[in-house]
Each structure stands twice: as C-alpha cells, then as structure tokens.
Design a protein around this ligand. Sequence first.
Ligand code: RIB
Length: 292
Amino acid sequence: MTADSSKPAIAVLGSINMDLVTTTEQRPAPGETVLGTGFTMVPGGKGANQAIAAQRAGGAVDFLGAVGDDVFADELRGVLSDSGVDTGRLRTVAGPSGIAAIVVDSGGENSIIVVGGANTTMTGLTDEDLAVIAAADILLCQLEIPVETVVAAVMHASANETVVILNPSPAQHLMADLWAHVDVAVVNSGEAKQLGSDLDPVAHLVVTHGADGATYRGPNGRELSQPSPPVEAIDTTGAGDTFTGALAAAWHHGPQTALAWACTAGALATTTLGASSSIPTRDRIEAALPTE
Ligand code: RIB
C-alpha cells in the first residue's frame, strides 16, 4: 500500500460477489411467481462494497479476499482496482466466484441470497495477509467469509494495535472472548436485537436505523444520535456497507464526525440502483454533509 499520512490505511477482509439484481413491483411471497421489471449484474459483496466505500471516502484500502476463475472474476477484480483499492492480496481460486441473487421492490427494499463460492475458500490467512493487517491503522471485517478467519484476523489486529471494526453481518453469535477485541461494532437495528448482550464488551457500538440515521454508545456512557439526510431512496442494497466503509475512513476524526460522514454516504448510496455502483465519492459526501 502507498504510504500517505493523510489517508488511514484500512485492511478490509471479506467477501466479493457478483450481484444478480432483479427489480419488481413487489417481492414474491413463498410459492408466488411475479413479473420483474428489470435485470442487471453489479459487483457487490459486503467486503468489496465496504472496501470501495472506504477508499472513495478517503482511505487507502487493501482488500483481502478471493474471486474464482469464472466469467465474473475479471469484472470483480476490476471494480476494486478501478476504485483505487489495492488488490495485491486478492486471491484467484479454482471454481465459481461468489454471487448474490437480489430482488429489489418498488419501495427500494431488497431480499438477498448469497452463494459464497470463492469466498468460502478464505479458510486461513497468509503471512503477507497478516503483515498487511498488522501494518494497517484499521482492520474492517464482516461475516460473509469463514468465521474462523475473521476471528484470527481480529486477534492478530488486536495484538498489533490495529483498530478493529467489525460489521457482524449476516449476524451470528461469535465466541464470547472475541468481542473484547473489537473496538467498533457496526450493526443494523435487527442485528443489534439478535446479538443483544454479546455486544456489551465492545468499546464503540454503532447502530444504523435506515432512513432514521444512526446511534452510538461509547466509553464513559457517551451517546450520540445522527440523522440521515433526506433522499429519494430507490435501492437500499449496499447502503449499510457504504455507511460502514465511510465510517472507517473517517474514524480518526472521532465518532461524531465519522457518524455524519457515514450517514451521509449511506443515504447517497440508496439513490442509485446496485451496490458498488451506488457508492459515493468523497466530494459527493462532502457536498451533502449537514451544515451546523
Ligand atoms: O450488503 C449488500 C451485499 O450483500 C450485496 O452486495 C451482496 O453481494 C451481499 O453480500
């Protein structure tokens, strides 16, 4: 990674998928067939989306993950490198890349099924991966790759004073000891409910509330609440990832500023169809930031 003291070095460990996106008036109920209004393929995956969001918001990002050797691989690799993300630690493995089947309804809400493909081969970290994590200012992870690899990365980051930001999504209960090594957890309100007291040992807890913004609780009982700017949402896919990536890129400014950046970036991401395609640049975020 190129050293630039003005940009936080962020190692993102996670998934990268090709999103197969169908749009429809109403998402089908079980057993129901509905007619769609459109179809498109857009690179996504929680890891890749957060990496691109962090890079566009001003970070210097290394992506640690895997693509397959199929028709999607070049485009997936390209979307990261075109955004300026360092792909030196992106593996190419035999077999299919990860995909996500996504249905977006006319209200902008989605349903998503992920088939992990190459992401499931991330069962260990190489010495080079560990070196990137140890040298980074921030490690940012989600849970779309094997959980034991996330645990190993978090422990290694914590031992090397790399700040750990974990977005435990899709939510699952993790070993209790892990949470004390997580500096910042980012969850949506459903995940916060599902994980409950698991999150108590985390120093900084950020909960997103969709269009209603986000809340924060930190050390010494500090609490913050940040509204989202009003926007016309057409697709919420990747909005949480954009929020999390922007939060990571702005974290060195402190929670209050980071929340404002994250809410603004997340809101802007809902105004365009698709995940990686909707992630705003630093200039767009700055222009839309709330004025005090
Ligand atoms: O968070 C949105 C992402 O979830 C999509 O891009 C899809 O690939 C799944 O990982």
